[in-house]
Design a protein around this ligand. Structure first.
Ligand SMILES: [Fe+2]
Length: 201
């Protein structure tokens, strides 16, 4: 029977998990950036993509500091979060609402990573891997900043814009019920219709 895994081995496994998660995110972030209607949101995703590539390099430094080869181990957690995000992109959603959804999906990923790095740092410190702990802390700080950036975009107008679209949609629905199925194109309806970019998907 194989020996039960040591704390150090589990730590290395979790680093591999994080390494794989970051790699998965480098594939998902460009899709999220392309889907974003808000220029600021698109820039936030693009900036975080560049940061994520740096985080991969940083994890390679962590592996080197521990005399380990950098290797990924499939991260089911982030794969699930990315899968959920993908299903949002496949749905027909008003673009301002989609921006709010993209932020929510992005923040799910950030929080997952923040939890993972938080544990990795605590474990590295406990095991006396000071260099690894320091490097991982730099990444955790970036994840937190990315999460805060997404919150500020949501609270700075994207959620409110999505709510306005929802209101306009509600008005349209009520109007169409009243007009017995005929769509009334009031100013709100026209505004949201004109905002739909052709050929987003
Ligand atoms: Fe990351």
């Amino acid at each position: 029977m194989p020996e039960p895994k040591s704390f150090h081995e589990v730590f290395i496994d979790e680093l591999r998990d994080a390494y794989d998660a970051e790699k998965q995110l480098t594939k998902a972030l460009p899709k999220m950036a392309r889907a974003a209607a808000s220029d600021e949101l698109r820039t936030a995703f693009e900036d975080h993509l560049a940061e994520t590539e740096g985080q991969i390099r940083r994890l390679e430094q962590v592996f080197a500091s521990l005399d380990e080869k950098p290797r990924g181990k499939h991260c089911d957690g982030i794969a699930g979060i990315i899968e959920e995000g993908k299903s949002i992109l496949e749905e027909d959603i008003e673009e301002t609402v989609l921006d709010a959804c993209l932020i929510a999906a992005g923040q799910r990923a950030e929080h997952y990573e923040m939890a993972a790095y938080g544990s990795l740092i605590a474990w590295a410190q406990t095991m006396g891997h000071a260099e690894a702990a320091e490097l991982l802390q730099e990444t955790l700080d970036e994840e937190k900043a990315a999460d805060e950036k997404l919150s500020s975009l949501a609270e700075g107008g994207i959620n409110a814009e999505a709510a306005r679209t929802a209101q306009a949609g509600g008005e349209r629905q009520r109007a169409s019920k009243k007009d017995d199925g005929k769509l009334r194109r009031g100013p709100a309806a026209a505004r949201s219709a004109s905002k739909k970019k052709p050929g987003r998907r």
